[in-house]
Design a protein around this ligand. Structure first.
Ligand SMILES: [Mg+2]
Length: 119
């Protein structure tokens, strides 16, 4: 049964506080941790060709490891939002609105150009 974001945040808080780790979880350390876990995700693709990367993602063991790294990133991100009092779901929805304005379909469809280079 999937957990809601507030339930996940409560679990993360409990996990952290049972270990007395809040003392280490300042914004700087959490931002670093998010980046480090993202680097662990990248390790799955380092040196692999595009085709090898796709195949790697279909391998059952690799998929589980990739899911674990994605979860590590999401856990730190979720905790950082919780600690800073940022509503992560609202922030994501707001940023999608901003992205939609920056990348109008009629200009961006099928293009990988940065918004500032769209004509
Ligand atoms: Mg990890």
């Amino acid at each position: 049964m999937p957990l809601s974001l507030p339930e996940l945040q409560a679990r993360i808080r409990q996990f952290r506080d049972e270990r007395d780790w809040m003392q280490f979880h300042n914004p700087k350390n959490l931002a670093i941790s998010i980046s480090l876990e993202a680097a662990e995700l990248l390790e799955h693709f380092q040196w692999r060709s595009f085709e090898e990367s796709e195949a790697h993602c279909r391998n059952e063991d690799a998929r589980q490891e990739i899911a674990d790294e994605m979860a590590d990133i999401a856990i730190y991100l979720t905790e950082m939002a919780d600690n800073l009092g940022i509503d992560l779901l609202a922030a994501m929805a707001s940023k999608l609105d901003k992205n939609a304005a920056k990348y109008p379909v009629e200009k961006a469809r099928g293009s990988h150009k940065k918004y500032s280079d769209l004509e």
